[in-house]
Design a protein around this ligand. Structure first.
Ligand code: AHG
Ligand code: MN
Ligand code: MN
Ligand code: MN
Length: 334
């Protein structure tokens, strides 16, 4: 295996970065990697096994759950339960947080917030989907962890990452010391380092948002849309519109090529659609660690004080120059 560095080897090598951890965070990241491989196996066979379509249930978000939403949720909770390093899981697919009920986990140090399957609307039509996770240290030092241990600002994350089940399956994560990407080699069943030290370009010409909501966009977003669509060769405009309806897919592409992803307030989502704890915060941590910016149009995502488990936020995330331009237009109308 010369030249190959697996996720497990990389995590062990970086162990020295976490003075406070004696291997627990490493095991937690490996537990997430294992569950991702199990989800990947089902995503890759979707269409041949009974994993497509609706589960027939509705989650607390008011969304019809897909079978893969439910399957992925079960896989991550069970991997985190058997790993023993996590005491609470907050997941998109459960109304309340899940206290990991095992003698080992009761005193475990870590909290995981997770979107087990991001981009569910794409599952049945074979477009890239993902998983998004965020890891915190519990604040309480004794007794059972509580909601207060979950509702921590994004700046308190010790790690965050995503898996993209796309043309290849990748796991991208940060622990606050840069961003590294690992591609799954199915022939050996290992995530292998393929994108060391990922950086998002400061500038870009890709914008990602659901223009179907145009009439309800804030004036600043409408002005930004007009700006990107003007013909001006000197500034490489009009930019290119790319939007696949999977936050993980849209942001991963923008991370590689440069770009901006915007999900502003809309009539249907007056507080924004994306969830702070397990979509906005982890993606903001990753993009900032890669040199980009993430805000709600006015305030840094990572500084938002959470008050509810499934609270939503607007998000403007991506290349520094593009997000700053869009924020300037939002401020003009505030
Ligand atoms: P999820 O599938 O986890 O509920 O998230 C879907 C999110 C995000 O992934 C995507 O960018 C956005 O919803 C798409 O929303 P619209 O279909 O309203 O554009
Ligand atoms: Mn959903
Ligand atoms: Mn999602
Ligand atoms: Mn989801």
């Amino acid at each position: 295996m010369s030249g190959i560095k697996t996720l497990g080897q990389f995590i062990i090598e970086k162990q020295a970065d976490f003075s406070y951890a004696k291997g627990e965070l490493s095991r937690l990241l490996r537990d997430i990697g294992i569950a991702s491989k199990i989800v990947n196996r089902e995503v890759n066979k979707a269409g041949l096994v009974d994993i497509l379509g609706d589960a027939g249930t509705v989650n607390i978000q008011g969304e019809g759950q897909k079978k893969l939403d439910v399957f992925a949720n079960i896989q991550f909770i069970s991997a985190l339960t058997s790993g023993g390093e996590c005491c609470i899981v907050a997941t998109e697919e459960e109304d309340d947080f899940v206290r990991i009920d095992s003698p080992v986990s009761k005193n475990a140090k870590y909290i995981v917030c997770i979107d087990p399957l991001d981009g569910s609307s794409n599952i049945d039509c074979n477009v890239a989907v993902g998983t998004i996770f965020s890891i915190y240290r519990r604040k309480s030092v004794e007794g059972e962890a509580t909601l207060a241990d979950v509702l921590q600002k994004g700046t308190q994350q010790v790690a965050a990452g995503y898996v993209i089940y796309g043309s290849s399956t990748m796991l991208v994560y940060t622990t606050g010391k840069g961003v590294n990407g690992f591609t799954l080699d199915p022939s050996i069943g290992e995530f292998c380092l393929s994108h060391p030290n990922m950086r998002i370009p400061d500038g870009g010409n890709i914008y990602s948002l659901n223009e179907g909501n145009y009439v309800h966009f804030p004036e600043g977003v409408k002005k930004y849309l007009k700006y990107v669509q003007v013909h001006d060769e000197a500034t490489n405009r009009p930019y290119t519109s790319r939007y696949i309806g999977s936050m993980v897919g849209d942001i991963h592409r923008n991370l590689i090529k440069g770009g901006i992803y915007i999900y502003p307030t809309t009539a249907k989502s007056p507080k924004g659609k994306l969830r702070l704890l397990y979509e906005c915060n982890p993606m903001a941590f990753i993009v900032e660690q890669a040199g980009g910016v993430a805000s709600d149009g006015f305030n840094r995502i990572l500084d938002i004080e959470p008050t509810e488990l499934h609270q939503r936020s607007s998000i403007f995330i991506g290349s520094k120059e593009m997000v700053t331009m869009a924020e300037g237009m939002m401020t003009e109308f505030s």
